[in-house]
Write a protein that binds this ligand. Structure first.
Ligand SMILES: Cc1cc2nc3c(=O)[nH]c(=O)nc-3n(C[C@H](O)[C@H](O)[C@H](O)COP(=O)(O)OP(=O)(O)OC[C@H]3O[C@@H](n4cnc5c(N)ncnc54)[C@H](O)[C@@H]3O)c2cc1C
Length: 420
């Protein structure tokens, strides 16, 4: 096997997909990435960015609804690296850094656009909701990560930040660097960044790069056999609907509805620099007159539609508004203007927390395959945090044809038998 170093990556990579005799070999590598959500687009970006400049590479991205057609496109867009008890999540600092990198890349791709992608830098506030956990929360806040600090605020300090706030236990935990984004704008910007990278690489270097988006429904992995060198499955909660995989992954599905609220008249708005809020329901501030409030948790649902019926929306509003307005009563009479929903793929709890599932699935799906099949799924309710770094690890594994570059914490799911 010929090997070459992957020069575009900071850590030189061994790349078994090397052309046989020279770096300018005509044979293009063909990769299919299934799913254009956080997972799929991060993988596409990293495949393009990590592959050698001289390599001919065709990437075909498949999604039945186009960019951000699944849970990613409708999500709350909240980003921070902590558990509900503000304990840093597994490799939280690394994950945070890589997601911020992707935000910067997406931002640069749209900087000359009329509607640039810009993360909202309001920070996120987490009120203490439970006296029992207060000691734990206070302790965890003291050991917060430098990349996304957690400050403990008393009621007075919290009121300065968000006048009108109602803290049940007079304490809140504030993450000033935490962000919230418009997820659909972000995904569109990241896709544009991928397209720009393809154009730039192809004009500057000998290797031809190609990226094609196919708006197409996938019914099974067998559709791809013989067509591609590698297939990376990033289908979110619908991965379980592939016949080769159905019922065999340790994933549970959970539908969530988000409602959109606007102020009842022109005199009212959310405070200009007011943070987003994480309590029993969260408030994701999209603008001073535009709030998303989420989310419901309907376990075992198989409904992945982003459309919400009048009945489902009304139930969600009745569930979410009292919880959100208990913390910020100012929104009690805000007007409901719409609802959207998505299906989460929830991974099992491990000693390191609930971690996404990564790895090569050839052994898992059986049969002899000429192509390598990879899985990047189970991002749970933390897709934004995990997609950056894990997308990079996935691309590295695919390009080097080596699952061992993925930390074992992310591949250990293969030893778990799903309980159904
Ligand atoms: C209500 C709600 C709120 C959330 N809020 C947040 C938040 O604030 N912060 C956060 O970090 N995470 C949040 N999440 C979680 C986050 O949305 C997920 O972790 C993330 O979207 C998973 O990304 P993914 O790329 O794996 O899946 P998806 O985004 O679902 O992408 C999979 C893609 O595959 C496509 N697809 C599926 N099946 C097929 C098929 N058969 N053929 C063709 N295409 C197919 C879909 O159209 C979709 O675009 C939230 C989730 C929900 C439901």
């Amino acid at each position: 096997m010929n090997i070459i170093a992957c020069r575009s990556h900071p850590n030189p990579t061994i790349l078994p997909y090397a052309p046989h005799s020279s770096l300018t070999h005509q044979y293009p590598l063909r990769f299919a990435v299934l799913g254009a959500g956080f997972a799929g687009l991060s993988v596409v970006w990293h495949l393009l960015n990590q592959s050698p400049k001289e390599l001919n590479l065709n990437i075909h991205l498949y999604d039945e609804f186009g960019i951000g057609g699944g849970a990613s496109g409708i999500s709350g867009g909240l980003l921070h690296p902590y558990s509900p008890k503000v304990k840093p999540l597994w490799e939280g600092a690394q994950c945070w850094e890589e997601t911020i990198n992707l935000f910067t890349i997406a931002q640069q791709a749209t900087q000359h656009h009329i509607k640039p992608f810009l993360p909202h830098k309001r920070g996120i506030l987490r009120p203490a909701m439970d006296i029992k956990n207060m000691t734990k929360l206070n302790h965890n806040a003291k050991t917060s990560l430098p990349c996304c600090r957690v400050q403990t605020l008393n009621n007075q300090a919290a009121q300065t930040l968000l006048p009108g706030l109602c803290l049940p236990f007079d304490t809140a935990f504030f993450m000033p660097q935490a962000l919230n984004i418009n997820p659909r704008h972000y995904l569109e910007a990241l896709f544009l960044a991928c397209e720009n990278l393809v154009k730039e690489s192809s004009s500057l270097y000998s290797g031809e790069k190609q990226l094609i988006l196919h708006k197409k429904s996938i019914h099974g992995l067998s559709e791809f056999e013989g067509e591609y060198d590698a297939v990376i499955v990033c289908l979110g909660a619908k991965v379980n609907m592939l016949p080769e995989i159905s019922g065999r992954l340790p994933l549970r599905t959970c539908r969530g509805v988000i409602v959109h609220l606007e102020p009842p008249d022109n005199t009212r708005c959310y405070p200009e620099h007011g943070p987003s809020i994480l309590s029993d329901a969260w408030i994701s501030v999209q603008g001073s007159r535009s709030l998303n409030v989420g989310s419901t948790w309907e376990w075992k649902s198989i409904n992945s539609s982003s459309n919400v019926s009048t009945d489902e929306a009304s139930k969600a509003l009745h569930q979410l508004l009292p919880k959100a307005s208990a913390i910020y009563p100012g929104i009690k009479d805000w007007v409901f203007t719409g609802a959207k929903a998505g299906l989460r793929a929830m991974p099992p709890l491990t000693p390191h927390g609930s971690l996404p599932l990564l790895g090569c699935i050839n052994d898992f799906i059986g049969r002899n395959h000429s192509c390598k099949y990879w899985l990047f799924g189970g991002l749970g309710s933390r897709g934004l945090l995990y997609h950056g770094w894990l997308g990079s690890l996935m691309a590295h594994a695919v390009l080097s044809c080596n699952e061992e570059v993925i930390p074992s914490e992310l591949t250990s799911w293969k030893n778990i038998k799903p309980k159904f």
